[in-house]
Design a protein around this ligand. Sequence first.
Ligand code: NAP
Ligand code: GDD
Length: 326
Amino acid sequence: MSKRALITGITGQDGSYLAELLLAKGYHVVGMLRRSSTVNFERIGHLQDDLELVSGDLLDEASMIQVLRAHQPEEVYNLAAQSFVQTSFTQPVLTGETTALGVTRLLDAVRMVDPGIRLYQASSSEMFGKVVEVPQSESTPFHPRSPYGVAKVYGHWITVNYRESYGMHTNSGILFNHESPRRGLEFVTRKIANGVARIKLGLDTTIALGNLEAQRDWGFAGDYVDAMWRMLQQPTPGDFVVATGETHSVREFCELAFGHVDLDWSDHVVIDERFFRPAEVDLLVGDPSQARDVLGWTPRTGFRELVEMMVDADLDAVARQQRHLA
Ligand code: NAP
Ligand code: GDD
């Protein structure tokens, strides 16, 4: 019999890559969707016939109890969250309800329905915030710099707490930024890739950005979902940093992305105060040695390859839209 997995956040970037990975491994995959007035299957349309999609919301514990009872997964991947840092400054309470308390609701639902279920919690390098050491590892203290980061710290510790209190197989993956052609358009990498494609194809002339000096450890989402799966296959649960160990600035991302289509970024990037944050995370770089040694996980996609993959995908997508409109 095939293993059964539940993914919350199935419509998101990571949900779509994880669903592909689990389906390829022969899992029966149940994806939890929240109600919306329009269908939002851009990332999972190609998988729709292979997935079982069910309705539930991190804000509603009873909905998750029902899903768990009805579908009896052996593994639960909690990828759902209000995941955009900038929005967390304007909607801090909603962010806390979803990204922090939502984790407790799900953990409690799992504990009540079947405490033997293995659970993955999508924790974040944003928890390190104002970093106290470089690179950051599983033992680096947290100093979050946004309501999102604060909510993720809560989600992390409640995951550890359910492991210690109830002996549950709950895992916290401390993932550094990971991107892809399926990244939301509001995040800086996709905003740049999409902007480059639109400028190259004559639809725009500039992109407005905020802090170009911010540095991130950027990997490919398709590589990172494999680390999530590996955590749940271990005999004992734990916390793992998942990162490339390299850091690059937003400015470097621009240089490579524009350079890939023979443009000079400084001719097209304008600075707009609206995209600066009240408090910033300046330098994130992870130490993934524990993921390598215990999980046997290493990133496969390099920084330049990632940037070029994203720009090429947006060039294709924008050209397709242009043909459609012609
Ligand atoms: P994403 O693309 O923004 O996807 C978020 C998902 O959460 C969407 O499917 C969204 O549904 C769902 N969601 C939001 N509120 C919900 C609610 N109340 N109930 C149920 N579902 C809800 O995020 P991602 O990049 O795939 O990231 C996946 C997870 O990893 C998130 O928890 C994120 O915080 C965390 N993380 C991401 C990164 C990264 O670099 N990508 C790094 C570290 C940690 P809708 O489609 O309906 O909005
Ligand atoms: N979004 C955005 N838009 N960011 C900009 C811009 C802009 O126009 N200009 C500069 N930046 C800078 C931000 O100030 C930030 O320092 C950096 O680019 C990355 O911003 P995002 O791409 O929005 O990602 P993030 O690092 O804040 O958050 C992502 O990574 C976290 C892991 O560290 C999200 O995926 C989180 O959900 C995730 O936990």
